[in-house]
Design a protein around this ligand. Structure first.
Ligand SMILES: *[C@@H]1O[C@H](CO)[C@@H](O)[C@H](O)[C@H]1NC(C)=O
Length: 219
């Protein structure tokens, strides 16, 4: 379905500029018309792929492949053994499907291993929290980190209260606005907390509605 949407969007944009040349680094490339014609020439192939996947003998194959990966491999972080397993499964599948030029190539990828994460609120009462460490988090010392928290609802508030953040665990209690906006707290939260001298950061999961969950990042 994504593929269909992509094609329509492409045509819409292309029709606005058809006939005009595209410039890149000052060098004239192909015209929009050229590109439009090239994309149009793939119409039959695209239709054949969509028909095969949606109605034909590959019907449900995406779901079945996903099911296979999720059930037999599970999470596939880059650089993990699970990812290797997933790659081997897909490699074998694509070969069995008779696709051309199926091969593997060595690549360098980031590698981060999840340790064991836990968090306990110590005051005003003892409360164990269900948390998940964000990928690439730096581990705590073996004894963990104990610190007071500073709860903020935005980066602006963190800036205003920067002097209070030193040595504390910054807790982002950000309202959910949209995925694009709210995910900034997951992307930049730890780095922004580090800049003001915090020792760790904790964010709410980036969603409009969820069962209780927090994510912690040690910095
Ligand atoms: C795909 O899944 C649907 C729903 O479970 C089922 O009715 C259909 O027969 C399946 N198609 C194939 C080719 O297995």
């Amino acid at each position: 379905m994504k593929f269909l949407v992509f094609i329509f969007v492409g045509f819409h944009i292309l029709s606005l500029g058809s006939g005009k040349s595209i410039y890149k680094n000052g060098i004239t490339q192909r015209t929009f018309q050229d590109i439009k014609e090239e994309i149009t020439s793939y119409e039959d192939v695209a239709k054949a792929i969509i028909n095969l996947a949606v109605y034909g003998k590959s019907q449900n194959r995406s779901y079945e492949r996903l099911e296979l990966l999720v059930d037999t491999v599970g999470p596939r972080l880059s650089g993990s053994k699970n990812l290797e397993k997933a790659i081997q499964i897909m490699y074998q599948n694509l070969k069995q499907d008779g696709l051309e030029n199926v091969h593997l190539e060595p690549v360098k990828v980031p590698h981060w291993e999840r340790g064991e994460e836990s968090a306990v609120m110590l005051a005003p009462r003892i409360h164990k929290m269900a948390i998940l460490g964000l990928g690439s988090s730096i581990g705590t010392p073996p004894e963990g980190i104990t610190a007071e928290v500073l709860v903020v609802t935005s980066f602006d508030e963190l800036q205003r209260r920067a002097p209070e953040a030193r040595g504390k665990i910054v807790v982002y209690n950000q309202p959910y606005v949209s995925y694009g906006m709210t995910v900034q707290y997951r992307v930049r939260g730890a780095a922004e907390a580090a800049k003001v001298g915090a020792v760790a950061s904790l964010i709410r999961s980036v969603t409009s509605l969820s069962i209780y969950r927090w994510v912690i990042v040690f910095i």
